[in-house]
Write a protein that binds this ligand. Structure first.
Ligand code: 1GP
Length: 250
C-alpha cells in the first residue's frame, strides 16, 4: 500500500502518527540499530531519512540497512537532489512554498526529475513551509529564503492553502532542525482548519507534551529528530503521547 494512502487513511480516522527523523551524518550503525529496535517497540509509524546537510556518501547503504531491519515505512526527506535512494518506500518531493527561491520551488526538481522517475520510488508532492523557530536553522540558511514569521498565522494558512490548490499532496510545516521554538499550536490550528491535506509538523520538539499539543492542534504527523538523537529512549514517551491524542474526525 502506498505510503500516501496511509497518510490519508490515518488522517481520515483522526489517528495521529509519529515519524522519527534520522540524519545519517549523526547516527552510526550501532546507534541506528538501537534506534530501530526502540522504534519497533514503540510502534513508530514512519522513519524519515535525510537532512539539509547530509554529507555521508552512504545514504544508499544506510537506507538499505534500515529496510532490512524494519517494516516501518522509510521516507526520504532530502536536503538536496543528490540525496536519492531506491531503498525507501517513498520520497517527499519538497517544494519550498514558503520561500521565493525559484531553485527550491522548481529548479532542483527539473534537475532531479529523470533520476527520481527512474528510481521507481513513490513520490509524494510536498508543500514545504519553513516557519521561524527563533534561531537561524540550517534549513533557513541553506535555502536562502526567509522563513514565515512565527506569529504570522494567516500567512502560513494562505501559503498552505495555495499549496493545496496548486496540487501538493501534503503540507510539511518545519521550524527547522534544532529550532528554539516549535511551531505554535495557534498557527497549526489556523492551517489545519483550512486545508484538507495531511499536515506534517516538526522542528524543535523536545518533549512528549509539546508533541501531544501540536498533534491535538491539527498536525497529523509529528516529526522528531534532534531530541531523539540526544536521547533515543524518548521515542517511547513521544509515541505514547502522540498515539494518545483522541481521534477528531474532520
Ligand atoms: C527538521 O522537522 C525536523 O526538519 C525535525 O526537527 O531535529 O528539531 O526534531 P528536530
Amino acid at each position: 500500500q502506498p505510503v500516501y494512502t496511509t497518510f490519508c487513511e490515518n488522517k481520515q480516522k483522526g489517528k495521529k502518527t509519529f515519524a522519527v527523523l534520522i540524519d545519517p551524518d549523526n547516527i552510526d550503525l550501532p546507534r541506528l540499530n538501537h534506534l530501530i529496535q526502540l522504534a519497533e517497540e514503540a510502534q513508530v509509524d514512519y522513519l524519515l531519512i535525510g537532512g539539509s546537510l547530509v554529507i555521508t556518501d552512504h545514504l544508499d547503504t544506510y537506507c538499505k540497512h534500515i529496510k532490512q531491519h524494519t517494516h516501518i515505512p522509510l521516507i526520504l526527506f532530502p536536503g538536496s537532489p543528490a540525496q536519492l535512494s531506491r531503498h525507501v518506500d517513498a520520497l517527499l518531493y519538497l517544494s519550498l512554498i514558503s520561500g521565493r527561491n525559484a531553485e527550491l520551488l522548481i529548479g532542483q526538481h527539473v534537475l532531479s526529475a529523470a533520476a527520481v522517475k527512474q528510481s521507481g520510488v513513490e513520490v509524494i508532492s510536498t508543500g514545504y513551509m519553513v516557519i521561524d523557530g527563533g534561531v537561524p536553522t540550517t534549513v533557513s540558511y541553506i535555502s536562502n529564503a526567509a522563513p514565515i514569521p512565527a506569529d504570522k498565522d494567516d500567512i502560513a494558512m494562505c501559503t498552505a492553502l495555495a499549496g493545496e490548490m496548486l496540487g501538493k499532496k501534503i503540507i510539511y510545516m518545519d521550524a527547522g532542525s534544532g529550532a528554539r521554538y516549535p511551531i505554535s499550536e495557534r498557527m497549526l490550528r489556523r492551517v489545519a482548519e483550512q486545508i484538507s491535506l495531511p499536515l506534517i509538523a516538526g522542528g524543535g520538539i523536545r518533549d512528549p507534551e509539546t508533541a501531544y499539543r501540536m498533534a491535538r492542534a491539527g498536525a497529523d504527523v509529528i516529526v522528531v529528530g534532534n531530541a531523539i538523537e540526544k536521547d533515543p529512549e524518548l521515542i517511547r514517551d513521544m509515541a505514547t503521547a502522540i498515539h494518545s491524542v483522541p481521534a477528531m474526525m474532520s
